[in-house]
Design a protein around this ligand. Structure first.
Ligand SMILES: Nc1ncnc2c1ncn2[C@@H]1O[C@H](COP(=O)(O)OP(=O)(O)OP(=O)(O)O)[C@@H](O)[C@H]1O
Ligand SMILES: [Mg+2]
Length: 383
């Protein structure tokens, strides 16, 4: 069915021509609706679905053919926001809106959406149908989370720089005193054990401070064109022995046609080293650790402005077949000091985030409990 919209553009129409400046603007509403990025859902008085555009299909994972002729309450939970708002609009004849609602996605997970409804009056003037427009907010939420994460890290880093200064001096005094003590106590093994522990722990605190300082201080990046695959091989070599001893097999899936990336070699090696270590740690009973590269297909991260023009991004994925990251932990995973490991500092991912951000890239984690985790790093190419 083609809906036509007729409108006289009058004398302002530049191509006025022979019809005296009058033009017909024909709009096929169905194609407009199907091309909209927002989901549009229409219902009649009985909440029977009469309109379900392409974006509604994508959002809910339910095809228009499947929902046709059924009521909204059969398709969605009867107490869901959308059902409630549309029912109220039909009843009151007034528009309703909610900035922070959720709707069940195709995989059963809640998707954050904003909802606006509007009544549509029939020929007699009474409200016979209502439509709702739903906007998927998950991408916006994801970007907001990125920004917040960056701010938390920057704040933690600033605090660390202040603290580190105060802690380092007493710490080196302690270390010096322990060394003297060791000398004084001579070879007696019993005391030696204690001084050993003291030294080890002091060094551990020192390492934590160094890492925190890395998070806090602005570093001077020295980005140069780098062969990504050589770099990943360096990382793989560093971890090969540890992986082997844990029954972890490293699998490569490289796109050989990728151009060089623009990165600071030492910093980027740090990132992948941390990610590979995490992946190995996640598979205590062994499994596959996959290193994959390709040009980014993620619509959020395809290009970046480096000041000297737009650069394409490549995606480097480090995937494991481990236990995955519990839902409750996911939001905090990039925060410093979040760790589930006995000897973990919880600084690895915080540092990765910081370094990738310095490169104007992005880092993104997908994890399915019981199946595994996949960390994607997006980095700009060199030209
Ligand atoms: N690939 C993964 N699979 C499952 N859980 C992971 C994975 N990567 C990270 N995690 C979880 O995120 C937490 C934080 O990781 P992060 O690398 O920041 O710190 P860590 O590994 O615990 O300590 P470290 O500072 O030594 O890296 C981990 O303790 C772990 O619970
Ligand atoms: Mg780690």
């Amino acid at each position: 069915m083609e809906h036509l919209f007729e409108r006289g553009l009058g004398p302002r129409n530049p191509g006025g021509g022979s019809e005296g400046g009058r033009a017909l603007l024909r709009i096929n509403y169905e194609s407009v609706l199907s091309g909209l990025p927002d989901a549009v859902v229409g219902v009649d008085e009985a909440l029977r679905i009469i309109l379900w555009n392409g974006a509604a299909e994508a959002l809910t994972g339910k095809s228009a053919r499947r929902v046709q002729g059924r009521t909204l309450k059969e398709i969605l939970a009867p107490d869901s926001s959308l059902v409630r708002h549309l029912s109220e609009t039909l009843r009151s004849g007034e528009s309703r809106s909610e900035a922070e609602a959720t709707i069940e996605g195709g995989d059963g997970r809640p998707i954050p959406v904003s909802i606006v409804t509007a009544p549509i009056a029939g020929r007699t003037g009474t409200v016979e149908t209502a439509v709702a427009v739903l906007r998927d907010l998950s991408r916006i939420r994801q970007l907001e989370a990125e920004v917040r994460r960056g701010e938390t890290l920057a704040a933690a880093g600033r605090m660390a720089v202040g603290l580190a200064h105060e802690i380092r001096n007493p710490l080196s005094a302690i270390r010096g005193a322990v060394q003297l003590l060791r000398k004084e106590l001579g070879d007696e093994a019993r005391w030696g054990e204690y001084t050993e522990v003291l030294m080890k722990e002091v060094d551990r605190v020192n390492r934590i401070i160094e890492l925190l300082l890395d998070l806090g201080r602005p570093v001077q990046l020295r980005p140069v064109p780098l062969n990504l695959h050589q770099l990943l091989e360096r990382v793989a070599l560093l971890s090969e022995e540890m992986a082997g001893s844990r029954g972890v097999r490293i699998v490569r899936r490289y796109d050989p046609s990728l151009p060089p990336i623009l990165a600071d070699e030492d910093r980027i090696v740090q990132v992948f080293h941390n990610l590979v270590r995490n992946a190995i740690d996640a598979m205590p009973r062994g499994g596959r650790l996959t290193l994959a590269t390709r040009l980014s297909l993620n619509p959020l991260f395809t290009k970046v402005d480096l000041g000297s023009g737009m650069r394409q991004l490549v995606e480097v994925q480090v995937s494991d077949e481990g236990e995955g990251i519990p839902e409750a932990l996911r939001a905090k995973i990039f925060d410093p000091f979040v760790s589930t490991k006995e000897r973990g500092l919880g600084l690895g991912l915080a540092l990765c985030h910081r370094i990738i951000e310095e490169h104007k890239g992005a880092i993104h984690i997908e994890s399915v409990p019981g199946k595994g985790t996949s960390v994607s790093c997006f980095l700009p190419i060199a030209r």
